[in-house]
Design a protein around this ligand. Structure first.
Ligand SMILES: [Zn+2]
Length: 395
């Protein structure tokens, strides 16, 4: 396929993608080699940027602005981490870009270094002196493990005197503007009972039995969630799910410990607290008193492992309408997977998810992105930057 208009921008993007893929930024690894590469690249283009480190200084977010430091403008946002390749059968080297017949293979090509490469290639072509409103760039870490890293960046953003008007989160949506996704709360539940010989079960407090009762309550609560439907989502209701469970040590001992991990994926119109509070209330007011009647040290504890809010932006929002026009789409869509978009939206920034590549390829072996997707993304980004060359009033 030929791309006469954007040839150089396109080839620069693929070159940058090659560099980004070579940094193994699996969430458990440091992302600093990639962040330093991006910082050096941006500084060479005259862009000042700020790194926001984690406590151990092993990972960092990056926040950069081009143009005047005034209210408004557009933020392009992406996460730098990728999911592991462990246990996956790859036919291409995951951390080296292979380009074949209009596809570029490598871990993170779709999710979401392809978008970051587009963003960086674009910077080289922005006429910074013409910008009337700022172009913001935001890169985070630890998105894949529950949107953990971006909070430092959000805190920094909250302290800035000015904010962008629109945030585009470039997760792979095949360039379809996405105005909604579910929120998530992941919890670990630990049940402490009382151990004894299994011939004398009434003397013990069986932690597995109480876990079973609590899980039964959660499943009943899940059935009620399915009654409230929002057809924009798939599945069209909020869901509860138990993912892991461990407990007990030997059959002839009443187990004093059981632990399970659960998650709630909720529709934007729902508050997660009502569901989580119901579960905690059943544990604390029904189960724990029964357990403590036999052993006062019995307990049920909940710890939040990860949480991010749902996203919902009305399709009638002017920025959403513009994005639909620019991407030549007629309607927005929703996605099943979570993103950082809900967190940016909570800061009062209109946030839409739209990026190149498909989640059908994300997280899988032989992940790839197509040239056509890169091209569509670059065309959108170029149109977005053009709006920043005029003031909001003259737009
Ligand atoms: Zn992603």
């Amino acid at each position: 396929m030929e791309y006469p208009v954007m040839n150089s921008l396109h080839s620069r993007t693929v070159e940058l993608l090659g560099s980004l893929i070579e940094f193994d930024t699996t969430s458990r690894e440091s992302n600093l080699h990639l962040i330093n590469f991006v910082r050096d690249y941006l500084v060479a283009k005259g862009v000042s940027c700020e790194l926001i480190f984690n406590q151990e200084k092993s990972k960092a977010n990056l926040l950069a602005t081009l143009g005047p430091q005034v209210e408004g403008g557009i933020m392009l946002s992406g996460h730098t981490d990728v999911v592991p390749v462990t246990g996956q059968q790859w036919h291409y080297p995951p951390f080296q870009l292979t380009s074949e017949q209009g596809r570029h293979y490598g871990r993170g090509t779709a999710d979401m270094k392809g978008f970051i490469a587009c963003m960086l290639a674009l910077v080289a072509q922005v006429d910074q002196a013409r910008l009337q409103r700022p172009l913001w760039l935001a890169l985070s870490y630890d998105e894949e493990v529950g949107c953990l890293g971006v909070h430092g960046l959000l805190d920094e953003l909250a302290q800035r005197p000015v904010k962008p008007e629109l945030c585009l989160v470039g997760e792979p949506t095949s360039m379809q503007p996405v105005n909604g996704h579910k929120g998530k709360v992941a919890l670990r539940c630990q049940i402490v009972g009382h151990e004894c010989h299994s011939a004398y079960t009434p003397q013990g407090v069986n932690a597995i039995n109480y876990a079973a009762q609590l899980i039964h309550f959660i499943l009943k609560r899940d059935e009620r969630l399915a009654e409230e439907v929002n057809p924009a989502f798939d599945p069209p209701f909020s869901t509860l799910h138990i993912g892991t469970i461990t407990g007990g040590g030997a059959l002839n001992i009443v187990p004093n410990h059981c632990q399970f991990d659960m998650e709630l994926r909720y529709l934007p119109q729902h508050s997660p607290d009502t569901v989580i509070d119901d579960i905690k209330a059943y544990a604390n007011h029904t189960l724990v008193p029964q357990m403590q009647q036999r052993f006062s040290g019995s307990a049920i504890a909940f710890n939040t492992l990860a949480a991010y809010p749902a996203l919902y932006v009305a399709q009638s929002e002017p920025w959403v309408q513009r994005l639909l026009k620019w991407t030549q789409q007629t309607a927005t869509t929703t996605v099943a997977f979570g993103t950082e978009a809900g967190l940016f939206h909570q800061q009062g920034i209109t946030t839409v998810v739209c990026g190149p590549g498909s989640m059908a390829q994300g997280h899988k072996p032989d992940e790839y992105i197509e040239d056509a997707q890169i091209e569509q993304c670059l065309q959108l980004l170029v149109k977005m930057v053009e709006t920043l060359y005029v003031t909001a009033q003259t737009e």
